[in-house]
Design a binder for this molecule. Structure first.
Ligand code: SAH
Length: 217
């Protein structure tokens, strides 16, 4: 099925881009990518009026599509360059993956909820992205395709998973919302080399929790 992306959607996206710029997103390439990716494709069609509002929104299975500001902020913090291999934990709707794809990254994304995995896979291929979506436990990463130049976690992590640090190249960057409960601190971690990391804190955000392996579903 082809995607419908008309002048109304495009106009709403232009407004969203301006709103995000006014809220402090300065990375031009990230704003361009937000301007390109049809966020409404990743939400049920009944919710079109919410697709370009700067808010998170339910996508089923008790999960949400991240707020555009959060997607833009995490994408900016990642400092991606075209062609980089990026591992995303928490595919959810697939929107963040599509934004990274628009930034010309090679995206590998993993989701633990089967329903969302299937939906996201369908939407991402409808949009003709090259994102590879996996069903599984993000705490373990995707060792088969490691190492990655960037790792982005899009759920609230209780701790920094060792396997994910392991799968990051030396000099690579991980962006991770760290903390249990309502609030997370957005950390950017640079892996200098194994065992040596530099951390920066980029403020408080709210994410759904990163949960352990979901067996048998
Ligand atoms: N990047 C998504 C955000 C979705 S919300 C988007 O753009 O829409 C976070 C997602 O992380 C949820 O779909 C949730 O099911 C998933 N998640 C939580 N714990 C996980 C884990 N251990 N492994 C993989 N995905 C996980």
């Amino acid at each position: 099925m082809a995607i419908i992306d008309n002048h109304i959607h495009q106009g709403l996206r232009r407004q969203l881009k301006e709103e995000l710029a006014a809220k402090g997103i300065h990375d031009k390439r990230v704003l361009e990518a937000i301007g390109e990716v049809p966020r409404h494709v990743f939400m049920d069609s009944a919710f079109l009026q919410f697709a370009y509002k700067d808010t998170a929104f339910p996508i089923g299975a008790d999960q949400t599509i991240s707020q555009p500001f959060t997607v833009a902020k995490q994408s900016s913090l990642l400092e991606v360059k075209p062609g980089m291999k990026v591992l995303e934990i928490g595919t959810g709707s697939g929107y963040q993956s599509a934004v990274l794809d628009a930034l010309n990254c090679k995206v590998f994304s993993i989701e633990r909820q089967k329903l969302l995995f299937k939906k996201a896979k369908k939407n991402l291929s409808k949009m003709k992205t090259t994102v590879k979506v996996f069903y599984g436990d993000g705490f373990k990463g995707i060792p088969a395709f490691a190492p990655y130049e960037r790792v982005i976690i899009t759920c609230g992590a209780p701790y920094v998973p060792d396997d994910l640090l392991e799968q990051l190249v030396d000099g690579g960057i991980m962006v991770i919302p760290l903390g249990e409960g309502g609030d997370q601190e957005m950390l950017r971690i640079r892996k200098v080399r194994k065992g040596q990391y530099e951390k920066e804190n980029h403020g408080v955000f709210k994410f759904v929790p990163m949960l352990p392996d979901k067996q048998g579903i």
